[in-house]
Design a protein around this ligand. Structure first.
Ligand SMILES: *[C@@H]1O[C@H](CO)[C@@H](O)[C@H](O)[C@H]1NC(C)=O
Length: 310
């Protein structure tokens, strides 16, 4: 395990050198804009929902998981699962105040591992180091998607473990509450799984809208994946300060973020970063050109006062 950690670090070191090369300036049509206090606060319920995914399934099913649950006290759970080892915890339910079904997946326990290894080294057998690769999405889960749309094999494996269970519980929640909106949330690995769910669910459920709010999202797929997400989905991924996780896996390996980055700057201002992997120093790619410029402690937050974890 430790050896693999070093291998990952070596891999990331290689990538950091490549990433230090400045990206070419692209179109100047959109600018980086600061979010207002009310815009920032509008994300906070989803931040608590993402954090609650670290709580045990029995506590999210009873919605008595402490501060994370209390922050969204009107939430009505529908199902919870996972074991926190083979399958990350998850839950599905309905939020009356958000008028939305909520789907949340657990990340990797923030307290247990250094974050630059959390995502790439979180599960030795699956998604780690050189064994992880970009692959087409499984056509039985993702019918009709072009095979040129590729995702990280480890993240895809994790998403596949719960996909059909999530689907049936989301259908259940939609019909029980007449919902028109489904919001998928997660932090770290949990964000990666939820982003794949955000691609997956609309292929099987029509007539509702889907949106994704992720925190500390690593890169999940290739350029065609990012373009598909941009063209079809409503995505916000919030990156805190110098968190190194959003800059891995590296672009030199073919990974690209979709648009929708919100970056929390050192002065605690939140800015919206247009485009994919915006290289401005106000955004994560420019602010953290390699993992050695990253600060692992920023991965868990705080995101407007909320630290991820249960
Ligand atoms: C990054 O943001 C700037 C605004 O400062 C914008 O002009 C540029 O097009 C963006 N880059 C990408 C890759 O979209």
């Amino acid at each position: 395990m430790l050896a693999k950690g070093f291998l990952v670090s070596a891999l990331l070191f290689g990538l950091s050198v490549v990433q230090a090369v400045p990206a070419p300036e692209l179109s100047k049509r959109q600018s980086i804009t600061a979010l207002s206090t009310s815009q920032i606060n509008s994300y906070t319920p989803f931040t608590w929902f993402a954090s609650a995914a670290y709580c045990s399934p029995s506590s999210t099913l009873a919605w008595n998981c402490g501060a994370n649950c209390a922050a969204n006290s009107d939430f009505i759970p529908v199902a919870s699962g996972g074991d926190g080892t083979d399958v990350q915890f998850w839950y599905v339910g309905y939020s009356p105040s958000q008028k939305s079904v909520i789907v949340a997946h657990q990340g990797t326990d923030p307290s247990s591992a250094p974050p630059q290894l959390v995502v790439l080294n979180y599960r030795e057998a699956d998604a780690t180091d050189a064994n992880a690769f970009l692959e087409s999405l499984d056509s039985s889960l993702f019918p009709g998607l072009s095979s040129s749309i590729e995702a990280h094999s480890g993240f895809a494996n994790e998403q596949a473990k719960t996909a059909t269970t999530i689907l049936s519980n989301v259908q259940k929640a939609i019909s029980a509450h007449g919902a028109k909106q489904v919001t998928l949330v997660g932090h770290s690995l949990g964000a990666a799984i939820s982003l794949l769910d955000t691609v997956y669910l609309p292929l099987h459920i029509k007539g509702v809208s889907f949106k994704f709010v992720g925190y500390g999202l690593p890169r999940v797929g290739n350029q065609d994946f990012a373009n598909y997400v941009d063209a079809n989905l409503q995505v916000t991924h919030i990156n805190n300060k110098e968190d190194p996780i959003p800059i891995v896996p590296g672009r030199f390996l073919g990974y690209h973020h979709p648009s929708g980055e919100v970056h929390i700057m050192d002065n605690n201002q939140w800015v919206s970063c247009p485009g994919q992997d915006n290289a401005s120093t106000e955004c994560i790619v420019g602010d953290v050109p390699n993992i050695f410029d990253g600060d692992e402690s920023d991965h868990d937050g705080p995101y407007n006062g909320v630290e991820m974890g249960c």
